[in-house]
Write a new protein. Structure first.
Length: 202
């Protein structure tokens, strides 16, 4: 084998290894689902979207609505359901809602002793009497503020107008994700429908 072929093979293996590492490091959303009892999802043949979707604004499909409709349609069609443009004739109706909330996570951790202060001057040399309430242990409070995205998918039986399945995905959002929501929404839709009790047929 020539040196050039060896070099190409080595680069290819390194590239494959890097891709596998990145895939292993990627963290998906936290997904939870629930379904109505005694529902045979295989009995549904067609689906459509409620109008308006919960992600629509002022009577128009937002960019988020367009993305969730594209992603949800792909996931249902790959499971053998046929898209019905007229929601009044569909067996299942799909509704999607998204929400971004600011979260605060407060954590108190023991603070290592680094020097004497008003509270730690005793430095463990003796203990307080039982019931003493003014001897706090040194600690540090860490506050983490972050954005959390939530995407909810509802499947409604059109005939009975009853919710039969719901899936919710939550994930911590970075600024990079906020600037390009399309792939994040598409991935969340895929992860949610992966838990639908109806296996892909294609």
């Amino acid at each position: 084998m020539s040196k050039s072929i060896k070099s190409i093979s080595r680069r290819g293996l390194l590239g494959l290894f890097a891709a596998l590492v990145l895939a292993g490091c990627a963290t998906g959303p936290n997904v939870r689902t629930s379904a109505a009892p005694s529902i045979d999802f295989a009995s549904y043949r067609t689906f459509g979207f409620v109008s308006p979707l919960s992600t629509d604004r002022a009577g128009f499909h937002t960019l988020v609505s367009q993305q969730v409709m594209t992603s949800a349609r792909r996931e249902l069609e790959v499971r053998g359901l046929e898209f019905q443009p007229n929601p009044d004739q569909a067996d299942l109706l799909v509704n999607v809602h998204t929400h971004v909330a600011e979260q605060l996570r407060v954590r108190t951790t023991p603070d290592p002793w680094v020097g004497r202060s008003y509270w730690n001057h005793r430095n463990g040399r003796y203990q307080p009497w039982p019931g003493h309430t003014r001897w706090p242990a040194p600690s540090r409070v860490d506050v983490d503020q972050f954005s959390e995205g939530r995407l909810s998918v509802d499947l409604i039986d059109r005939t009975s107008n009853m919710l039969v399945w719901e899936g919710v995905a939550t994930k911590r959002l970075t600024q990079r994700t906020m600037n390009d929501l399309g792939p994040a929404i598409d991935g969340a839709i895929h992860d949610v429908f992966a838990q639908l009790p109806l296996a892909p047929k294609l």
